[in-house]
Design a binder for this molecule. Structure first.
Ligand SMILES: [Zn+2]
Length: 454
């Protein structure tokens, strides 16, 4: 059996970070097992689906390097398949029309609530075939097509989830659930099953928020007389408060990460978040090698931005200078690149190093070191200027500054005014390294400018 998996995002929003993780695990599973990974766009919600969102989803997957096999499948092109499958179920007596009104359904639910039973519809129309009133493709009033679900209270729907083990549901608790609003308007669970059958999906790997859909889908597979795929439900990505990660917790769209993060870092982070690998940093190839659904965790992991930043910093360090320049989009002097990439967590933070390519601006008060006076800073800078003028070699400059520190009775007093003069900032790499990158002329210019300001 050749492995065939898919992800099925709806183009009603950008690619969510959780869907990206599902995509990654599906992709790894397919690549590991010599199978194929497919993309299906679930665009049946005609009002909320847009082409822009669809394009952004495709773009985000491409950016992550999660290449899919074959053509993109779109549900909106499958209307005829759903219709045929629905008609077959009606003919075989496995699905039936119900026109119980909203009010009737509500009072049934209320009664069930009082008896502490789960809400469901046990339809009395099932055995006295109701006929849909017209051939109109539009939905008429309260009419829906329902699946005739086994009412045997003993009937269990059981599946062995590859990640979570055996899961059991009572079929009778589902009631005669609806599968379509009309022959041309199949509902979610029905469309998913017909598509998965049509695409020959062997393993359905998706978020655990779909577990409750699974028993309904299994019953639809049975009604259609098709083989049921294997299921694996992935843990959800959680916010720090352990609720499901959503917009109110910050960026959840993959495209929002593009500005600051490297796709390799995001993938490694998402991969390691809910799967045990032998080490922390892995290439995609290494992840493929080690990936096992049985190593996916059962419980959800908290989305930890600091951890993501750490992964990103590790990948930024490894960037080729030319690639870094391309991503930074700034003409960073080549000698400054290693000083920056050593310290960068997010790409846009490169702006914190702008003193490498433009004159720093700062308040002269910043030149003051701790309890020492501005006059003392001035003296320190004058000495610095002399050292920088006559000393060529980086190491010699360093030892001269150490001596200056001793002479001034405070090491910080030697280095702080120089740091501020060169960068205008409180935090920076070693000012001697910065002086080396800026070159003698520019360094002296900045030191002199600081002295003049005092
Ligand atoms: Zn009914």
């Amino acid at each position: 059996m050749k492995v065939k998996v898919r992800i099925a995002p709806s183009p009603t929003g950008f690619l969510h970070i959780g869907t990206a993780q599902s995509a990654l695990y599906n992709w790894l599973f397919a690549r590991k097992n010599g199978g194929t990974f497919h993309l299906r766009i679930e665009d049946t919600d005609r009002e909320r689906s847009t082409k822009e969102y669809e394009h952004s989803i495709l773009y985000a997957l491409e950016w992550l390097g999660l290449n899919w096999d074959g053509e993109v499948v779109r549900q909106s092109q499958h209307g005829i398949k759903y219709r045929k499958a629905l008609e077959r179920l009606i003919t075989e007596g496995k699905a039936f029309w119900c026109n119980h009104t909203k009010e009737e359904l509500e009072s049934e639910r209320k009664e069930q609530g009082e008896k502490k039973e789960p809400p469901r519809h046990i339809c009395s129309h099932r055995n006295n075939a109701m006929h849909y009133p017209a051939s109109s493709p539009q939905r008429i009033n309260d009419w829906v097509l329902r699946l005739a679900v086994d009412r045997d209270v003993q009937r269990k729907i059981i599946f062995d989830d590859i990640i979570r083990g055996r899961i059991e549901f009572d079929a009778s608790l589902l009631g005669d659930f609806s599968i379509a609003k009309s022959l041309d308007d199949a509902l979610y669970n029905f469309a998913v099953v017909v598509d998965d059958i049509d695409m020959g999906i062997t393993h359905v790997i998706r978020g655990e928020d779909h577990i409750s859909n699974t028993p309904k889908q299994i019953l639809i597979y049975e009604a259609l007389g098709k083989e049921i795929p294997k299921f694996a439900h992935l843990p959800l990505i959680l916010a720090p408060d352990r609720s499901k990660l959503s917009k109110r917790h910050g960026a959840v769209a993959v495209v929002d990460y593009k500005r600051d993060y490297l796709p390799e870092a995001l993938l490694n982070f998402l991969g390691a978040m809910s799967h045990t690998f032998s080490k922390e940093l892995l290439t995609k190839e290494e992840m493929i090698e080690e990936f096992e659904l049985s190593k996916v965790h059962k419980s959800g992991a908290v989305f930890n931005t600091e951890k993501l930043n750490w992964f990103n910093s590790q990948y930024i360090k490894k960037l080729e200078p030319s690639k870094f320049l391309e991503l930074a989009g700034i003409d960073v002097p080549e000698k400054a690149i290693p000083l920056i990439t050593e310290r960068l967590e997010k790409l846009s933070d490169v702006q914190n190093f702008d003193y490498f390519w433009k004159e720093p601006e700062y308040d002269k008060e910043l030149l003051k070191w701790k309890e020492f006076s501005l006059e003392e800073s001035k003296k320190s800078l004058e000495e610095s200027s002399k050292i920088l003028e006559k000393t060529e070699n980086n190491e010699a400059v360093r030892s001269a500054f150490d001596e200056l520190g001793q002479k001034l009775g405070n090491r910080g007093l030697a280095y702080w005014p120089l740091r501020v003069a060169l960068t205008g900032k409180e935090k920076s790499p070693d000012p001697i390294d910065i002086a080396f990158v800026l070159g003698k002329e520019k360094t002296l210019e900045r030191v002199k400018k600081a002295i003049r300001s005092l």
